[in-house]
Design a protein around this ligand. Structure first.
Ligand code: NAD
Length: 378
């Protein structure tokens, strides 16, 4: 039976939400969620959802997104999908974190934020550390300070681990080298050519690493000041926005937008590797297979861009910046394992990455359950 407000979704969401009548608990069991909390504070109009997907590896960590969703169902779909993604990201990166995410429903341009954010902080605090939040779309570092008034379950606040972009860029750089060794048998990037889309926080630092190793770098950005900085400081070649897909380069490193690997762009690619920081690079899951068919090696986005998560994890684990960089550097070996598994199982690298995450979750899950199963009390 379909409940009011949760009609059978249409189009792409249909698959995610299950094909027949959608019951909330059917949905949670299909996606594997442990807990979903709906919170409401009428005094300030706060409406929030916190989704804890899986805490096998540790407390569920993931940002808070502040967004004017068209419906509550859209908000729920988003928070369920994003929280599950965080479980996989942390698992593959080898972090002791589970997956979670939160959404606040409303206009993220509102100036009246203090009470909203504090209400959100109280909702988070009621979970007793099972969910830890951070910044995401529509939320600022200042907002996180308000959340922090109410709870300690927050990372990325001012004066702590700081800008994650340099760590993310380092992880992406190491990931590109792993792709190079897989593809060419040599991870040296001197003489290789790389097209970087987006010269923002991550893109700029990535260009620094690449040019320092002698790679030929092309860059595009809607913001001319950003490309100019890269050209002047690092000697990269600036290309027009649309031309970035046609550059005759070995590697495409998307560091701006999602969904840029799609039916329109793939036929234009002369790249042999796609490896960059942007989230949700593939327009659809079928584009992973399309890249494979085209002989293009794809570094799954959530694996190669895990440096940002590693950086906030360093706050919880008390790691130095050096240690975070070392951990981000391990993305090199993580990707090589994924490529090996993809080859041996005859699947795409995206599917292989999911399998690596699930293997770790199963292994650690068994470990946790072992005393119960054997009846041994610790
Ligand atoms: P950013 O906002 O600093 O940089 C993005 C850049 O892309 C901006 O300079 C923007 O002008 C440019 N841009 C926008 N539209 C463009 C277009 N059509 N063509 C070319 N350039 C365009 O963001 P960032 O922190 O550098 O992150 C880049 C990507 O990596 C994002 O997708 C982000 O979600 C992802 N990511 C970032 C981190 C991190 O640590 N910052 C971690 C994981 C993933």
């Amino acid at each position: 039976m379909t409940r009011p407000g949760l009609e059978v979704p249409e189009g792409a969401e249909l698959e995610l939400l299950g094909s027949d009548g959608v019951e909330i608990f059917d949905l949670l069991s299909e996606m594997g969620h442990e807990q979903v909390v709906f919170s409401h504070d009428p005094s300030c109009g706060y409406r929030g959802i916190i989704a804890i997907h899986d805490t096998t590896l540790g407390p569920a960590l993931g940002g808070t997104r502040f967004w004017n969703y068209e419906s509550d169902r859209d908000a729920l779909t988003d928070v369920l999908r994003l929280s599950r993604g965080m479980t996989y990201k942390a698992a593959v990166a080898g972090l002791n974190l589970g997956g979670g995410k939160a959404v606040i429903i409303g206009d993220n341009k509102t100036r009246d934020r203090e009470m909203l954010m504090r209400a959100h902080g109280r909702a988070i605090d009621s979970l007793g550390g099972r969910y830890i939040t951070a910044e995401d779309v529509g939320v600022s570092v200042e907002d996180m300070d308000f959340v922090h008034v109410e709870t300690e379950s927050v990372v990325g606040i001012q004066g702590r681990s700081g800008d994650p972009s340099p760590v993310t860029a380092y992880g992406v750089y190491r990931g590109i080298k792993a792709c190079a060794v897989k593809r060419y048998g040599d991870d040296g990037l001197g003489g290789r050519s790389i097209a970087v889309q987006g010269a923002g926080n991550v893109g700029y630092h990535l260009c620094r690493y690449l040019t320092a190793e002698g790679a030929k770098v092309f860059v595009s950005d809607i913001d001319d000041a950003r490309t100019a900085r890269c050209a002047e400081e690092l000697g990269v070649e600036v290309v027009e926005l649309e031309e970035i897909y046609d550059v005759d380069a070995d590697v495409f490193a998307p560091c701006a937008l999602g969904a840029i690997v799609n039916d329109e762009t793939i036929p234009r690619f002369r790249f042999e590797i796609v490896a960059g920081a942007a989230n949700n690079q593939l327009a659809g899951p079928e584009h992973d297979a399309a890249l494979k068919e085209g002989g293009i090696l794809y570094a799954p986005d959530y694996v190669i861009n895990a440096g940002g998560l590693i950086n906030v994890y360093s706050e919880l684990a008390g790691w130095s910046s050096d240690r975070s960089h070392r951990k981000a550097g391990e993305i090199y070996n993580v990707l090589l394992d994924i490529f090996d598994l993809a080859e041996s199982d005859g699947v795409t690298s995206g599917v292989a990455a999911d399998r690596v995450a699930e293997q770790r979750l199963r292994r650690v899950g068994r470990l946790h359950r072992a005393p119960l199963l054997s009846g041994v009390k610790w």
